[in-house]
Design a binder for this molecule. Sequence first.
Ligand SMILES: Nc1ncnc2c1ncn2[C@@H]1O[C@H](COP(=O)(O)OP(=O)(O)OP(=O)(O)O)[C@@H](O)[C@H]1O
Length: 265
Amino acid sequence: MSTSTTAAPLLQADGIAKRFGQVVTARSVDFHVKAGEALGIVGPNGAGKSTLLNLVTGTLPVDGGRIRFDGEDVTRLPAARRTERGIGRTFQVPRPFEGLTVFENVLVGASFGAGKRGREANEQAWEALETSGLDHLANTRAGSLRLLDRKRLELARALATQPRLLLLDEIAGGLTEQELPTLIETIATIRDRGTGVIWIEHIVHALLQVVDRLMCLAQGDVVATGDPHEVMASDEVAAVYLGAVDSQDELVAEPTTAHTEEAQA
Ligand SMILES: Nc1ncnc2c1ncn2[C@@H]1O[C@H](COP(=O)(O)OP(=O)(O)OP(=O)(O)O)[C@@H](O)[C@H]1O
């Protein structure tokens, strides 16, 4: 658990708005994260979760609202400048440089993300590899890694930029139940060292083992936010997920109905 949750927010996002044509991915979203705190984000597919991360990193511009990082207004700051300030991220689909070794991949993060050179970049890359539990595979070609190690590499590449805020986009996706505990432990360690973490994840039980607060998004609106277990138990969140299940059921139900009518005819 975080030890510094009474501190001022590291990241403060107010009234964040974003739309793609008719699709509203953020209506007026407020959230914050403190140093040493982990915020989880859940919500059905298409809720706007990844887009929200892209707005925080600066990969996409906001349509409205304000983002402050460590007291500075970064709303209009280019993505590279935000990385330099200490906002790092992993991507939903890891895309390492397949032909480079694991170490070389992480060195790229230390060099271009954190702006380190020479020995300092090397040390930073090693530290990121050790934290991610990937140091034993430093000389392996990234293209030959299994999924868990690709995820670890994704994490190490982000850590090599020395983030004070780490954004994780479905880092546990696709992993087996046996593979989850070490990854969960690693994320908790990073948080406990004082890094702010925002973690988007569909594997809710993994999320609940780490996050201090949870926010549920649906169609660009915050449905609930607060204590993780209370949020997951709330009627509002149940309705959102039930809605998603209902619409899937409808899709499944159509052919069944048609089949029954056919049989009766
Ligand atoms: N660059 C873009 N251009 C147009 N529409 C986009 C773009 N990025 C996202 N969208 C749309 O915005 C909506 C929200 O997408 P987003 O990826 O943020 O959702 P999500 O909550 O992360 O979903 P998932 O859990 O499936 O990853 C979707 O309808 C998506 O198609």
